[in-house]
Design a protein around this ligand. Sequence first.
Ligand SMILES: Cc1cc2nc3c(=O)[nH]c(=O)nc-3n(C[C@H](O)[C@H](O)[C@H](O)COP(=O)(O)OP(=O)(O)OC[C@H]3O[C@@H](n4cnc5c(N)ncnc54)[C@H](O)[C@@H]3O)c2cc1C
Length: 416
Amino acid sequence: MARKDIVVLGAGIVGLCVALHLQKRGRAVALVDRRGAAEETSFGNAGLIQREGVFPYGFPHDFGALARYALNRTIDAHYHPSALPRLAPFLWQYWHHSRPGRHAEVARLYARLIEHCVTEHEALVAEAGAADLIVRGGWMKVFRTARERDHRFAEAEGWKKDFGVEHVKLDARGLQEAEPYLAPVLAGAIHWTQPIRTLDPNALGQAYLRRFEALGGEFFQGNATTLAAEGEGWRLRTARGPLEAGAAVVALGPWSDVLTRALGYELPLAVKRGYHMHYRAAGEAVLNHPILDVEGGYFMGPMRRGIRLTTGAEFALRDAIRTPVQLGRAEPIARDLFPLAERLDNEPWMGARPCTPDMLPIIGPAPRHANLWFAFGHAHHGLTLAAVTGRLIAEMVTGEAPLVDPQPYAAGRFAR
Ligand SMILES: Cc1cc2nc3c(=O)[nH]c(=O)nc-3n(C[C@H](O)[C@H](O)[C@H](O)COP(=O)(O)OP(=O)(O)OC[C@H]3O[C@@H](n4cnc5c(N)ncnc54)[C@H](O)[C@@H]3O)c2cc1C
């Protein structure tokens, strides 16, 4: 029987960072996953650590956008009509928290975490010796119309003033100089200069795992749903036999509610699924920065494996059949913008972003269990906020002064 101070359930990027931060503070930590490290949602994301991401993605409130989404033909969002009855309570709350005034309040709370995302990852990257997986130099939002460009330029000015988000505005010519292989159909871009990115999110996770193990942490394969209270602490089954720990952290990403529900918590969680596909860049073409084609509704960035095209939100049940229609719609538009050659993957990859309706992650103590902690619900920014989350949880567990006030992210706002 293995005995540890604390067990972290889920070895996605969030669980990895939590485990690493706890182990660094001298706790004996077990990290448990039914698969390997960073093999699910944290495997295939766009790789951005988004210092500019101060406004979490809200539910649209203008009638034109709602009408477009209702037709279910857009690229940036897609839904399974059959899932709507189950998703309706979540969507209603999400819509409510996305009202402009409330969204701005949410952003103020969110920005306190986002502010530290680059510095916290850079510290872990340095310790893990993973600098070769990281690229500095930011990313770009590109625009097809002057109207959208000017609207977003004004928005960026506001984010700079309110949240210290840096950017460079590019007109069509400036963008062509920065990205000479993009078709000359764009009206300009915002270059966010502070974000960093990884060329391989899975490899970054593996590097964090190696660092965790080098510090004495232990990885176990096992099923988190076997977790049961044992005295003051917890016990679960792993492939190497039973494991006991004084405390547990739930970091199961989009599967977190499977366990929290079994423990008696009704948290309003849902997922936004997303897909990726890699392509070879044709000929000598080079994409210097990742780009979000704002009006096109897809994202494309240079990764280790090739150009990774990623899709926006698919509202569906987590385990419903895969329907990569957004990828199919985005691909021809992306090909017109940048010379993509053949697909490099046999099948599109799919991940499920774990979402809360108020767009804030759940980080902190479980409301009704001692020695139980929650770290999930990071939606579009789980990679971005993983290192900050890891530090916050570790500081709360060990009683250190936290980097930021953790109260707004506590599960108690949803469940007592
Ligand atoms: C297309 C796409 C693009 C994205 N781009 C970005 C981006 O550029 N930047 C960014 O910050 N975020 C991005 N995201 C979001 C980000 O990927 C997620 O927020 C993040 O990966 C969530 O990490 P996690 O550790 O919470 O969950 P996961 O990575 O899903 O980890 C959960 C872990 O729990 C394990 N698990 C589940 N059930 C059990 C069980 N019963 N027992 C044991 N283990 C279990 C799983 O195997 C998994 O390893 C993107 C997401 C998608 C889909």
